[in-house]
Design a binder for this molecule. Structure first.
Ligand SMILES: [Zn+2]
Length: 206
């Protein structure tokens, strides 16, 4: 399983789960409510009511996101005996402001926690793989590492064996091969990929 922004997660079957972007979708409503809240007089009853309305939007997003993650983790742990995925060290990740907002909406960390929790119940082992393993840059056909692959390259052709890859499905293939012991990987050889910081979404209490 590979985790992405455009698609929430992708498996080697291949199967793609889209990213519903619940936070982005509520952003307009949230801005309106927050503006109204800012106009209310301090300590007034109307201000209290307005604050509850803002909090409810945040709560809805959290619930929608959790519901979606519950559904995916249930399906994946029911259908598989082993799932290998990247071990995302979300807290330790480096900044990329462009992506940060999108990724906080994707909330991979929660999915991994849910997978492990449900995996215990349904007998599915979750294998976390070294996050420096170049799952996207490696050609799953011949092992060539395409160092200049960027986040924009959704598809690419291997210059060595000319295999054409869908970026995410190729990454899944690599994670699976790694998990099965086909690939030996030394951490020292690896190049950290572009990483991002995950800001936590807090309820606004002005
Ligand atoms: Zn190749």
């Amino acid at each position: 399983m590979d985790l992405g922004v455009k698609d929430f997660c992708i498996t080697n079957k291949p199967e793609k789960f889209e990213n519903p972007r619940y936070f982005q979708r509520s952003l307009r409503r949230l801005k309106i409510r927050q503006r109204r809240l800012s106009r209310k007089t301090k300590d007034s009853n109307n201000r209290k009511k307005a604050r509850v309305k803002v909090a409810k939007i945040h709560e809805k997003v959290v619930n929608q996101r959790l519901g979606y993650q519950q559904k995916i983790s249930l399906k994946l742990t029911n259908e598989n005996q082993v799932i290998s995925c990247e071990d995302l060290n979300i807290k330790g990740m480096v900044k990329n402001p462009k992506l940060a907002k999108q990724i906080s909406d994707v909330a991979w960390g929660k999915l991994l926690t849910l997978l492990e929790y449900k995996g215990d119940i349904y007998g599915c082992e979750i294998k976390r793989i070294d996050r420096f393993f170049p799952s996207s840059k490696r050609c799953s056909n011949c092992g060539y590492i395409k160092e200049d692959l960027t986040l924009k390259d959704r598809e690419w052709t291997c210059p060595e064996c000319h295999a054409h890859h869908d970026r995410d499905i190729n990454a899944c293939e690599n994670l699976l091969q790694f998990c099965d012991g086909y690939i030996e990987w030394e951490a020292s050889k690896s190049t950290p990929k572009e990483m991002v910081e995950i800001p936590c979404i807090k309820t606004v209490t002005p």
